[in-house]
Design a protein. Structure first.
Length: 189
């Protein structure tokens, strides 16, 4: 094995390394000459504008469109209680009598939103619509009962009950005497 520090017999000795010399100095910098000044231009008169439009500049930088902006991070989560508020509003409008359920769900949705520090107009609308429709439903039921009693509906119920107890008799309904059998046939009993 040979040692890399000792040259092999018969080999030439290594050449001396080149000596570093500094590069020649650059010539002195001289700024370019300024372009000659253009003579002042008089502003155009009204007639010149009417005759021809002003000339376009010789060069205009087309520029680049701005990069599209993207939202940073994740999108903001939906407000708590928003979906529940929508369900409450739908149930408040359904005329089957689900206004009470809509009212309760609207209140729950509004409380959830307020705890999160947000507004929930849909839940508030569900509460208002539910309350109004509940009041209107109660007024409608009261009005129906009053009209039924005014039309003699309660009297008819009493007359039918009396005829079911004694089907062979007769009753006076709205000032007219009717046999119980005829009254029961008309009332499908």
């Amino acid at each position: 094995m040979t040692d890399p520090n000792t040259p092999a017999p018969g080999a030439q000795p290594p050449a001396e390394p080149p000596v570093y010399t500094a590069p020649a100095a650059d010539p002195a910098y001289t700024p370019p000459a300024a372009p000659p000044a253009a003579p002042p231009v008089a502003p155009p008169t009204y007639g010149e504008y009417a005759a021809a439009p002003p000339a376009a500049p010789a060069y205009s930088d087309p520029g680049y469109a701005a990069a599209p902006s993207y939202p940073a991070g994740y999108p903001e989560p939906a407000a708590p209680g928003r979906t529940l508020g929508i369900v409450a509003l739908v149930l408040a409008i359904v005329p089957i009598g689900l206004q009470i359920v809509g009212l309760i769900l609207g209140i729950v949705a509004l409380v959830q939103s307020r705890k999160a520090g947000r507004k929930n107009g849909i839940a508030l609308a569900a509460i208002i619509v539910s309350a109004i429709l509940i009041v209107l439903t109660i007024l409608g039921i009261i009005l129906a009962v009053v009209l039924f009693n005014a039309a003699g509906g309660a009297d008819l119920v009493n007359q039918v009950a009396q005829c079911q107890a004694d089907p062979t008799g007769s009753v006076v309904f709205n000032g007219v005497t009717i046999s119980c059998q005829e009254l029961l046939e008309q009332s499908n009993r």
